[in-house]
Design a protein around this ligand. Structure first.
Ligand code: AMP
Length: 177
């Protein structure tokens, strides 16, 4: 089963994807986490990626799709994809590469998103969780990613209010799946 989990930063994509993975045995794959692994490796590619990520910008298309292609190829039984696509170019590429069964969209307000990201920042110390960079990431979400809501095609599209507790949101997702 191929699932896209979609929504702005802080909406709970990673948390819910992990819970779904545990319940249904479908691996949860975060593009952001994969990029952070590459940054942590200290390679030349990692350094290049970091320069975009620290500013809250999207990493270049060619590098990014090569990474996602590898993720698709290593998960032939399906996966829950978190963090992709994020713009029209990526969505058009994905439509040719991957048959999506379900899109799960989690909705929260910007205020709630900022509150949650700052809360997470105190624990995780991500270099892109500063107030300025958070704002930049949300701006990119609104301008480039959010319009994809109407473009992503799948057998099933599930829209969930992500503002409740982790368990309440998860229950809603499972009910609608
Ligand atoms: P995330 O963990 O999903 O918030 O992603 C962290 C950062 O990784 C983003 O701010 C981007 O710099 C980069 N990134 C993650 N996914 C993508 C993507 N699909 N396209 C381009 N850059 C991405």
């Amino acid at each position: 089963m191929n699932i896209i989990i979609f929504g702005k930063q802080g909406c709970g994509k990673g948390t819910q994807a992990a819970k779904l993975a545990q319940k249904f045995g479908i691996p949860a794959v975060s593009v952001g986490n994969r990029l952070r692994e590459l940054v942590a490796s200290g390679s030349e590619l990692g350094l290049k990626l970091k320069s975009y990520m620290d500013k809250g910008e999207l990493v270049p298309f060619e590098i990014n799709v090569a990474i996602v292609k590898e993720l698709i190829d290593t998960h032939p039984q399906g996966m829950i994809l978190d963090g992709f696509p994020r713009n029209k170019e990526q969505a058009a590429w994905l439509a040719k590469e991957w048959q999506v069964d379900v899109v799960i969209e989690l909705e929260i307000s910007d205020e709630e998103a900022i509150r949650r990201i700052l809360e997470r920042a105190a624990i995780e110390h991500r270099s892109d969780d500063t107030p300025e960079v958070i704002q930049k990431r949300l701006d990119i979400y609104h301008h480039e990613t959010e319009p994809l809501k109407h473009l992503l095609s799948a057998k099933k599209i599930i829209i969930i209010d992500g503002s409740g507790s982790i368990e309440a949101v998860f229950e809603q997702i499972c009910k609608k799946l």
